[in-house]
Ligand binder design. Structure first.
Ligand SMILES: NC(=O)c1ccc[n+]([C@@H]2O[C@H](COP(=O)([O-])OP(=O)(O)OC[C@H]3O[C@@H](n4cnc5c(N)ncnc54)[C@H](O)[C@@H]3O)[C@@H](O)[C@H]2O)c1
Length: 345
């Protein structure tokens, strides 16, 4: 039996990970640790306490609160930390950059200090492909684990700062870390500020989907369950101190995502889209070389994209109770970048 702390457990990937792990590892005990910011939704874990009453606990707290983090780690005899908690929305980071550096860099440092003092056996840091910067649209380049970190947005830069801090804690203090840098995830329980649920929820309300003018910008898409399986494998077979890229190799541009939603929901394409100015520093393309994870640990994605994407769109269609209460928290105006440039907090 292992005792695992999952930070950001009430967010998109964290809640999927908690459900995945409790199902896949029947002897383990999990503690969700989350500040419950605007991006969290306790409803994402509504079934978890009922299904696994003795194996799941929740603590509301800030990763930047060293005392609470240490107390929680000790009280639950935590052996492994899986660190998802972050401010994660690129658009919000343009207008509130300081909060991103506070949580993603300083918060991660405080959490690592607590993890060191609690002698955890593993600190797994969940990061993103976006730390490597972006790629030209028409190249066949990919990012490897040794690509330089050249982030271009406040969100990417704060995640890159966290990655550097995690590696520094390993080298300086011997914190037993692993890091995964993952491509764009899709799946259920994603906050409707992010592109797929944002588009689906807009369409379901009869509103047009707001595409940035550079709608041919591409992303690499991975189902959240495949991300969870990759982290599981890295925890069991990965080498301490190593970083692993996690990507599907499947690139689809934002126009293609919108068109698929139109198709699954049976809508009229022309009436369903509106084009708005690009967000400042709108990254063009990211693509990961995941050969290290595939060759050394035998990982490969299981979920077929078209099937996983369709199931995801239908999940949002069928779970309005989950996303309707979140709409009141959507306060970033994706149509107003021309007037927002230069404003930041
Ligand atoms: N979503 C993606 O496509 C993707 C891809 C690669 C990597 N990642 C990384 O995975 C992680 C999770 O992403 P997500 O999409 O689930 O994000 P999310 O925004 O859905 O969830 C983040 C969670 O962290 C919590 N949180 C924020 N600040 C906190 C703090 N100070 N203390 C404790 N909890 C706090 C929030 O309440 C929320 O529940 C992030 O680190 C993100 O950078 C995400």
């Amino acid at each position: 039996m292992r005792s695992i702390l999952v930070t950001g457990g009430a967010g998109f990937i964290g809640s999927n990970f908690i459900r995945y792990w409790l199902d896949a590892h029947p002897n383990d005990h999990l503690v969700g640790y989350d500040l419950l910011t605007y991006a969290a939704n306790s409803a994402s874990l509504a079934d978890v306490s009922g299904r696994w009453p003795d194996r799941y606990a929740f603590v509301q707290g800030d990763i930047g609160d060293y005392d609470l983090a240490l107390r929680t780690l000790r009280q639950h005899a935590i052996e492994v930390v899986v660190h998802f908690a972050a401010e994660s929305h690129n658009s919000r980071a343009v207008v509130q950059p300081a909060a991103f550096f506070q949580t993603n860099v300083v918060g991660t440092v405080q959490l690592m200090r607590a993890a060191l003092d609690a002698n955890v056996e593993r600190f797994h840091h969940v990061s993103t492909c976006e730390v490597y910067g972006d790629l030209p649209l028409d190249s066949d380049e990919m990012f490897t684990e040794s690509s330089p970190l050249v982030p271009k947005t406040p969100y990417n830069a704060s995640k890159a700062g966290a990655d550097l801090a995690v590696n520094a804690f390993h080298r300086t203090y011997g914190l037993p870390i692993t890091v995964s840098n993952c491509a764009n995830n899709y799946g259920p329980y994603q906050f409707p500020e992010k592109v797929i649920p944002h588009f689906v929820v807009s369409a379901l309300q009869g509103k047009p989907m707001t595409l940035y003018r550079s709608s041919r910008n591409k992303r690499e898409w991975l189902h959240v369950d495949d991300h969870c399986r990759a982290i599981d494998l890295i925890l069991s077979d990965g080498d301490i101190g190593e970083t692993y890229n996690v990507g599907s190799g499947l690139e689809i541009d934002v126009e293609g995502i919108a068109d698929r939603i139109v198709h699954v929901l049976g809508l009229d394409a022309a009436a369903s889209k509106v084009y708005v100015p690009d967000r400042p520093s709108h990254d063009r393309r990211y693509l990961l070389d995941s050969a290290k994870l595939r060759d050394s640990l035998g990982w490969a994605p299981d979920v077929d994209f078209e099937d996983g994407f369709r199931r995801t769109v239908l999940w949002y269609r069928d779970n309005g109770d989950w996303w309707l209460p979140l709409l009141a928290r959507l306060d970033i105006d994706e149509r107003g970048w021309h007037s927002a440039v230069g404003k930041h907090a």
